[in-house]
Design a protein around this ligand. Structure first.
Ligand code: ATP
Length: 438
């Protein structure tokens, strides 16, 4: 965001007027279908239930369903169509979430928790927003929601930011912050949590330019993951078919990463049209029209959204960077983070704790700390110290040794190649700046 002249930053509040969530459609539509097991009381998201049941059992359930429907040619044909038309493992999800078929398929399934068959309730819609109350009175007039996404804070502040920054279309507003969702099943570490960090950007464009900018951001965002070293083969787009688009979207794609447990969305890119600004204008009674000086026209801009999970994509970077390798007969665990992502950019290590080496190392640490997050470590053999830094992904280890005392040079060890080069102490800042900007 800070590298671009056409994007402004914003921090908006977590608790907003409840009407914001009516206008956005969250009160009505931000729901997941869920089922309960009557036996063990476990609760599951219907669209994810299939992922928790093994393929053999799913096949058996489908066969049994088809057998019971043998006289209903229309339904059998519908099932075959869904099976033929969906990608990969998605057809079971489509069958389960289909109103007609899901009802019949559910009783054929075993609960993933207690193993009992036919114990599911029928599906109910469950709103994912956390509700609380403003002030001391817990009545419907005092309801507020913890925001389930950061985007709405951008929409309602659109004209404030636009007029304060004097931006002209096309331009974007970006923000990073906590979002809260009452997820039915949290799982897979940071992938799905109830409190998570989002980084969203809403790009405001002329309505006729929507396709151009949607395609631009689709490419740009995938390139962002590439540029930070994520394995290309483990990234893909998942374009949403027209019949599965969210209520606000004209076109949508997910950027997915291949996690050890399967492909999962890390970012969504959506053409949200003028849906959001029109709704906020309607619910607030305040105009959110943009005045285009060139054409002298007033209109509601279209919005292209890039909506990424900071915690979920952190997990993808984390998984992608993790390696176990054999080095000289010993195993090392290493996080090969891109230097820009590494939490610590360099470690400063005096080879021994004498002969003035710690003093020089501390000076280097103090100097570098003004610009970079660095770490000083003088505990244990230097080889072990290198390994500790490998484990946390520190790209460079700077070692002060005997030669430093003579010529003011240090060794800089590269985490991935493990090669060392000698660099003058006064060139270290420049060295790190260059490495971190690549
Ligand atoms: P999912 O289908 O996985 O529930 P979603 O389509 O509802 O995700 P969006 O509403 O598009 O997700 O949110 C944008 C991004 O926020 C997602 O791409 C993801 O990275 C992140 N995100 C959404 N829900 C969670 C969560 N419960 N925990 C962590 N990150 C999340």
């Amino acid at each position: 965001m800070t590298y671009r002249v056409d994007i402004e930053g914003l921090d908006a509040s977590i608790l907003m007027h409840p009407k914001v969530w009516e206008a956005s459609g969250h009160v009505e539509n931000f729901t997941d279908p869920m089922v309960d097991c009557k036996q063990c009381k476990a609760r599951f998201r219907l669209d994810l239930l299939g992922d928790m049941i093994n393929d053999k059992k799913k096949k058996k359930a489908l066969e049994s369903l088809k057998e019971s429907l043998k006289d209903d040619a229309a339904l059998l044909e519908k099932i075959s169509k869904i099976q033929a038309g969906s990608v990969e493992n998605e057809n079971f999800e489509t069958l389960l979430t289909d109103n007609e078929i899901g009802k019949l398929l559910l009783p054929e399934l075993n609960c993933p928790q207690c193993g009992n068959k036919g114990t599911f309730t029928s599906a109910r819609q469950f709103n994912l927003m956390f509700k609380t109350f403003i002030g001391p009175v817990e009545d419907s007039g005092a309801v507020v929601y913890l925001r389930p996404e950061t985007a709405q804070g951008i929409f309602v502040n659109f004209l404030n930011v636009q007029s304060a920054s004097r931006q002209k279309l096309p331009f974007g507003i970006a923000r990073i912050g906590k979002a809260f969702r009452n997820e039915i099943n949290t799982k897979n570490f940071l992938f799905r949590t109830r409190e998570f960090e989002q980084m969203e950007m809403q790009f405001f464009v002329k309505p006729s330019d929507d396709k151009k900018w949607y395609d631009y951001w689709k490419t740009e965002r995938l390139n962002w993951y590439y540029s930070l070293g994520m394995t290309k083969d483990k990234l893909r787009y998942h374009d949403h078919p027209a019949d599965k688009l969210a209520h606000y979207a004209k076109e949508a794609t997910d950027i997915e990463y291949q996690f050890p447990f399967g492909w999962g969305e890390i970012e969504g890119i959506h053409n949200r049209t003028d849906f959001d600004l029109s709704r906020h204008q309607e619910f607030s009674g305040k105009s959110l029209k943009y005045f285009d000086e060139e054409s002298k026209e007033k209109f509601i801009p279209f919005i292209i959204e890039t909506s990424a999970g900071a915690s979920r994509s952190f997990m993808a970077f984390f998984v992608d960077a993790y390696y176990e390798e054999e080095v000289n007969g010993e195993m090392r665990s290493v996080l090969k983070f891109h230097p820009k992502l590494a939490p610590i950019k360099a470690a400063i290590l005096p080879l021994v704790n004498k002969d003035g080496m710690p003093e020089i190392a501390r000076e280097i640490e103090k100097d570098l700390r003004r610009n970079f997050k660095v770490f000083y470590d003088d505990k244990g053999a230097v080889g072990r110290r290198y390994r500790r830094q490998d484990e946390i992904g520190t790209p460079y280890c700077i070692t002060v040794d005997t030669q430093t005392l003579e010529d003011k040079t240090v060794t800089v060890r590269d985490r991935d190649s493990m090669e060392q080069e000698r660099i003058s102490v006064n060139k270290l800042t420049e060295f790190l700046i260059i490495k971190l900007s690549q």
